[in-house]
Design a protein around this ligand. Sequence first.
Ligand code: KG4
Ligand code: ZN
Length: 330
Amino acid sequence: MRKYVLGIETSCDDTSVAIVAQDGSVLAIKTVSQYEVHQAFGGVYPELASRAHLEAILPTIQNVMNEANVSPDDLKAIGVTRGPGLIGSLLIGLSTAQALSMGWGVPVYGINHLRGHMRSVDLEEQRTQYPAVVMLVSGGHTLVAHLSDPWSYRLLGTTRDDSVGESYDKVARMLGLGMPGGPAIDAAAKRGTPVLRLPRPMKNEGYEFSFSGLKSSVARHIEKHPEVSVDDMSASFVAACLDVLIAKAERAVIECQPKSLIIVGGVAASPQLRDGMAKLTQDHGISLCLPPIKWATDNGAMIGLATWDYIEKGIKPDLIPKPNLSLETP
Ligand code: KG4
Ligand code: ZN
């Protein structure tokens, strides 16, 4: 019986592979992160990312198949991220998946990474209730959308410039906190107090976001006051980001009256954000759907679960890397 999907994610700097069943259970997952490769550059260096994926991908697939005790004959499909992401990184995943598909005689589905994040909430346990408002907060994206079911998205707004995760990473670099920036800022913020008044860009306007002004204002403050406490600056920055994210989520909840609020993407690992959204959903009497922290950042399991949706719907997009693939395209 072919009852598993091999999910492959290589859109940015994590080579992640998982074996996922249709009910969202994860038989095995391995993620090889590239932090050490990129640390010296202070950000992801695309060409090195592709090379690192190339080195890691086959052993990681082998590892996961062995651990799950799954053979190619047990696979219903291979699902691989086709975009958005870095073109070279996407190419490694896509070409590997196609080669395996030909060798094993298993169909391969190109998956939208953003849909993968959306499905991360239902890994290991069905959590989503529709209609829902979803907020995706990651290193590559910041957006809010309305979902009447897993396939019907209405984009409400996205960012005009930086994503929220990107600003966490850039501010972490300015403060000498290193990579990955998100968890380092969170930890520093917990020790600090949000005493510095930073801007809340576009907080009171619609659903669009803009985080580059906030980041520049942190840079200006550090330049003028190099003695500033790293912990207080982190706490003030986190408070400003959360204020904006929570205000937009609340606006969408009031307008769309959903059954649940879904928060996904790497920044959904932030304990401060999780607490803030928990309070918001309690106040409005709706449920909060969060992926367990381990499924918030990029992983092959979310791509595997999304693949089951594509199989069910009979949707099989092309396997050409799409660096700018939008949420609305499968
Ligand atoms: O979803 P993700 O793994 O990759 C993209 O698709 O972009 O998100 C990565 C982002 C990074 O910017 C990272 O700093 C942020 O998620 N992140 C966090 C935390 N863990 C990761 N941000 C805030 N708090 C965290 N604990
Ligand atoms: Zn992602």
